[in-house]
Design a protein. Sequence first.
Length: 178
Amino acid sequence: MISIGELLPGTDEDFVINIYLAVLGRWPDEGGFENHLRAIAGRPELRLDVLRSMAGSEEGLQKARPLNPDERPASLGCALAAQLRLRAEIPQFRDLTPSAATALAGEVQALGLEVTALGQELRERLAALEATLAGKLPVAPGLSPSVSIEFVSCLIEAAQAPLQHRLRALEKRVLDGG
């Protein structure tokens, strides 16, 4: 049984996916995913409230999946191991027939190639962004280094966002069976 504290570490996206799996026993629908993601975006202190809200929802009460109530944040390693176990328990992957397992292996291999291509595209985009920024921006005398770093971080996040969306779509496609 996964503890509440093991659900807290990670990216906002992973947190939302993991609470859907832990509380409701299913992959998030797109609308719910976006809604919960907006609710916690960049505000990890709100994660417990969102988790409690989901557990107290009509669907959460119906599904009644047990969680260890320990809210102490787990170490990153323990949390990732628990989250991996949680994802391995997804009903679509239990008790596969040999033919379904073979078909799934083929799909996983094809998705692996897509993820590799996506990773390469991400590296190329980041390299292009770094090349654009390297030495070409004038030093702004009125800006502090932290503001400049935040600006560059925002640019990088904006470049990564479409790629993260594609990666989440690939994960959902695998879990939905194609």
